[in-house]
Design a protein around this ligand. Structure first.
Ligand SMILES: [Zn+2]
Length: 113
């Protein structure tokens, strides 16, 4: 009978010399999601524990693009487009949607033009 902690684990059947045995394995963490659209982030590992992820090198934990590990590629593109519009004076900052505003402020602080 599985113990209380084993009840929430995944069951895996392993072949042994005497037949097959049931093993309990930890579930993987869920994949990282985009902060705006909740889509899956590419290039971000989803290993079992935080310690396993911390053991990886910095470059293998997330891509090196702007907002990588936070926003997906499509959302990053829209944020950068809106930021360019605000910078060039085509669109005032008040007209930008509230969800995008914090990212535009971060870009303004990072990129000094
Ligand atoms: Zn997204």
């Amino acid at each position: 009978m599985p113990t209380k902690s084993q009840r929430r684990m995944n069951r895996k059947f392993v072949r042994t010399p005497s037949g097959s045995r049931m093993r309990f394995v930890q579930k993987k963490n869920s994949k990282s999601e985009c902060a705006l659209c909740q889509g899956i982030l590419h290039g971000v590992p989803h290993s079992r524990t935080t310690a396993e992820r911390r053991a990886l090198s910095k470059s293998s934990r997330r891509p090196s693009a702007l907002f990588a590990g936070v926003l997906c590629g499509n959302c990053r593109e829209t944020v950068l487009e809106e930021c360019a519009k605000v910078k060039s004076g085509v669109k005032p900052l008040e007209d930008v949607s509230l969800a995008l505003k914090p990212y535009i402020r971060q870009i303004e602080n990072k990129v000094m033009v």
